[in-house]
Write a protein that binds this ligand. Structure first.
Ligand code: UZR
Ligand code: MG
Length: 208
């Protein structure tokens, strides 16, 4: 039997434009056969830790993510099962109690920093993209985003950037670029890349 759900991975540095690309594809495709899941949803449950302890977690290291649950969900989606995706709340560095039911649509986009870093995760994808946005641009976006939407201040963003974001990018994310099928420069507003990916996704939906 042909596999029904196609899994598309969008990896790359933090604030490289992964979510923007995914959201743009969803908006422009206007199809009920496409949806998006964020790898951030799978940050491990930290209910047993105090807020103080949670701020010390290295969220840029693969160990902070529940990749086992994510892989299980990826496999279930491919088998046609609806999955309960955790809902993550950055302001409390933890999962909320509720989950989001994600249906096995024809194409499921998954976006996240560490999707291509481990063989177990990357092997589940049918198509793999890597956002190759210059790091200085990512840092500027990250400063803006974390201060405006994730309730941080400048000092904490810069500290986190130097302590974990940049070193873990060098150790895990940048080396994972080689596993992508396609490398996307210029960030989430790369019009040619958006149009090419839309064409590919439309053909996958139509072939169904
Ligand atoms: P994107 N992150 C947090 O800052 N706090 C959390 O509770 C969970 C995640 C950050 C994480 C990573 N790390 O760089 C980023 N740090 O979210 C990934 N430090 O999200 O791909 O949207 O940038
Ligand atoms: Mg994002």
């Amino acid at each position: 039997m042909a596999q029904n759900t196609i899994l598309v991975g969008i990896a790359g540095a933090s604030a490289s434009g992964k979510s923007l690309l995914a959201q743009t594809l969803i908006k422009e495709l206007q199809s009920e056969q496409v949806c998006v899941i964020s790898e951030d949803s799978y940050y491990k449950d930290q209910s047993h830790l105090t807020m103080e302890e949670r701020t010390k977690t290295n969220y840029d290291h693969p160990d902070s993510l529940d990749h086992e649950l994510m892989i299980k969900h990826m496999q279930e989606l491919k088998l046609g099962t609806t999955v309960p995706v955790p809902v993550y709340d950055y302001s409390i560095h933890n999962r909320r109690s509720e989950t989001r039911a994600v249906k096995p649509t024809r194409v499921v986009l998954i976006e996240g920093i560490l999707l291509l870093a481990s063989p177990a995760v990357r092997n589940e994808f049918d198509l793999k993209f890597y956002m190759d946005t210059p790091l200085d641009i990512c840092l500027l976006r990250r400063l803006q985003r974390d201060i405006i939407s994730r309730g941080r201040d400048m000092d904490s963003v810069l500290k986190q950037y130097q302590e974990t974001v940049r070193p873990m990018f060098m150790q895990f994310i940048e080396p994972s670029r080689q596993y992508a099928d396609l490398i996307i420069p210029h960030g989430g507003r790369n019009r040619i890349a958006i149009d090419l990916i839309k064409t590919k996704i439309r053909s996958l939906i139509e072939k169904h």
